[in-house]
Write a protein that binds this ligand. Structure first.
Ligand SMILES: C[S@@+](CC[C@H](N)C(=O)[O-])C[C@H]1O[C@@H](n2cnc3c(N)ncnc32)[C@H](O)[C@@H]1O
Length: 259
């Protein structure tokens, strides 16, 4: 639900590593409530697109990195996924079941998580969570080490142009200046919890593609999901958000042979 209403504050100093994870202990509840709303972009656009690129999960094991409450993974288990694990820093989870384990932990180095040692997964998900990895190339390489040979990573990120538009409006600058800026910025999400400030590290499309290559992955499929005409007519205020901010990027990544 990265593309819902938001509100920015002034730029902060650039932190080392990824986007700050700390605020999620306070944000988790508000995020899940907002995501569950009938008109959330996650429900209308993002989860359907993620689910579509994921395809049939019957009999497949799934690792969901930055799984939030684990509700999406629980749905995949209902759809037939087995021996699946969700990991999230916030530890605010739905109930576990025989094929669903939920762990509190950091997605930055999945292969080093004690409960994951010796495991392999058919599908590894980073759904709007990859920005929180301390070192994105290391995080993706570490995830790759847990992937079955014929498995893939499903990774989604907010269109970087969205943040550039917001910052350009706020700072009275241009789209290009903000898109290519390397200064971290702070950001509040009105519909999640407007009292919590998230710090974000900017990125460009080239940054994303170069991270994938450096981690030994190639893009098998990329999608920029939009609403159907029917849903757009039912939720014009959400179509307006997409018209302005574009939405999210969805990537299916596979390991490059021999890397
Ligand atoms: C925007 S939410 C996305 C949640 C879920 N993947 C979804 O699609 O609804 C980002 C999630 O990343 C989690 N997160 C942030 N930093 C993390 C870290 N270092 N390790 C694991 N999870 C993290 C947050 O707690 C939050 O649940």
């Amino acid at each position: 639900m990265a593309t819902d209403d938001s509100e920015r504050t002034t730029a902060l100093h650039s932190p080392d590593g990824g986007d700050a994870s700390g605020p999620w202990t306070e944000l988790a509840t508000g995020y899940e409530q907002a995501r569950a709303r009938e008109d959330s972009l996650d429900r209308l656009v993002e989860w359907p697109a993620q689910r579509d690129v994921l395809g049939d999960v019957t009999g497949l094991s799934v690792l969901d990195a930055g799984c939030g409450s684990g509700a999406k993974l629980a749905q995949l288990v209902q759809d037939g996924a087995v021996a699946s694990v969700g990991i999230d820093i916030s530890g605010n989870f739905v109930s576990e079941s025989p094929d669903l384990r939920l762990l509190q932990g950091d997605l930055s180095d999945l292969a080093a998580v004690p409960d994951l040692v010796g495991r392999r997964f058919d599908r590894i998900l980073f759904l709007q969570s990859f920005g929180y990895a301390k070192d994105p190339v290391h995080a993706l390489r570490s995830a790759r080490a847990l992937l079955e040979d014929d498995g893939f990573v499903l990774l989604t990120r907010t269109q970087p142009i969205r943040y550039a538009i917001e910052r350009a409006e706020e700072n009275g600058t241009t789209l290009g200046e903000e898109y290519f800026s390397t200064s971290s910025f702070s950001y509040r999400h009105r519909s999640w919890n407007d009292g919590v400030t998230l710090t974000k590290r900017p990125y460009t499309m080239s940054d994303l593609l170069n991270i994938f290559s450096a981690a030994g992955m190639w893009v098998e499929k990329a999608v920029e999901p939009q609403m159907s005409r029917e849903i757009a007519q039912r939720y014009p205020h959400k179509q307006a958000v997409l018209d302005k901010y574009l939405g999210i990027l969805v990537f299916r990544l596979r390991p490059l042979p021999g890397r």
